[in-house]
Design a protein around this ligand. Structure first.
Ligand code: MF3
Ligand code: CO
Ligand code: CO
Length: 295
């Protein structure tokens, strides 16, 4: 049964004393401030703290997932968890997004809006958390099973996690951005899955979405060379069927064009002198493939 839009709850509020990201004072429109792609060690240190907080929020939401729970209830759990950590829910008001996390069920690729739809046994749901804390964003997501899954959905989740870590393994100084997507696409297609093209990883820091784009497929134009101090996300969206998407009339919800399921996992990271440091550790999505397993 295709996912359908439900009813949204009223807008959640954030205490006045919590610092807002700059786009909030600009009607949700991100101001292109041209942040450098290579961050100072102070910014990276702040991102370490924001990244841990984002992972904690993701785990609190993950622990609440069960048959019968609505995606709005997950949004409420996340919203409280951001505030407890002194952070602002970056999605809330970003380009008009109405909620504090994205919840993307079954064939929803990304940017699903939490509503009153209860999750059912055997479904999969991606929860995408971004916190603004100490002047920087931490962005992470994971796909969760609702109860027990059919084998193909379980394989989709496993391969998607493997794709994320193959992408992370390609990150080192001197490598081209292209190497990340090449590694991801090879592994997805070797498993007869597709790679979404429209949505990419991105530079991140004081800006939610910085100027560098990280394709998850082999993109010959992605020739930027990685340097220590660059901070960005890798967040592959892997599909059972077509990689093409449609966008609902809400302007946000992206679904697979053929209605087949899709999964996603996301980490925020920094390029180091000899490789990469993952900044968004969590139980749902540890920093290595070995430590990760389906939930
Ligand atoms: N967190 C998403 C990402 O990974 C972006 C969500 S934008 C929102 O880049 F407005 F939908 F929150
Ligand atoms: Co992201
Ligand atoms: Co995200």
């Amino acid at each position: 049964m295709p996912v359908k839009a439900g009813e949204m709850s009223p807008t959640r509020s954030v205490p006045e004393d919590i610092e807002r990201p700059p786009y909030i004072a600009n009607g949700g429109d991100p101001i292109r401030r041209g942040d450098p792609i290579v961050k100072s060690s102070d910014v990276v240190a702040a991102m370490r703290v924001a990244g841990v907080a984002a992972g904690e929020v993701l785990d609190l939401v993950g622990a609440a997932i069960a048959p019968g729970i609505t995606t709005d209830e997950l949004d409420a759990v996340a919203h409280a968890a951001y505030i407890e950590r002194g952070g602002y829910p970056s999605p809330l008001g970003y380009r008009g997004f109405p909620k504090s996390v994205c919840t993307s069920v079954n064939e929803v690729i990304c940017h699903g809006i939490p509503d009153d739809r209860p999750m059912r046994e055997g479904e999969i749901v991606n929860v995408d958390v971004t916190i603004f804390l100490n002047g920087v964003h931490g962005d992470t997501n994971a796909t969760f099973a609702v109860g027990s899954l059919d084998p193909r959905s379980a394989a989709l989740m496993r391969v998607t996690r493997e794709c994320l870590f193959r992408g992370i393994d390609a990150v080192r100084p001197g490598a081209e951005v292209r190497a990340i997507g090449r590694a991801i696409q090879q592994h997805a297609e070797a498993n007869d899955f597709g790679v979404v093209r429209t949505f990419c990883g991105h530079a991140i820091g004081p800006e939610f979405h910085g100027a560098l784009s990280i394709p998850h497929y082999d993109e010959p134009r992605a020739t930027t060379r990685l340097e220590p101090g660059m901070t960005f996300t890798i967040e592959p969206m892997i599909t059972m069927g077509t990689w093409r998407e449609r966008i609902w009339s809400d302007g946000w919800t992206a679904v697979t064009a053929d209605g087949q399921r899709t999964a996603q996992y996301e980490h925020t990271m920094v390029v180091t002198d000899d490789g990469v440091e993952v900044l968004t550790p969590s139980l749902a999505l540890p920093t290595t493939l070995e430590a990760s397993s389906a939930r």
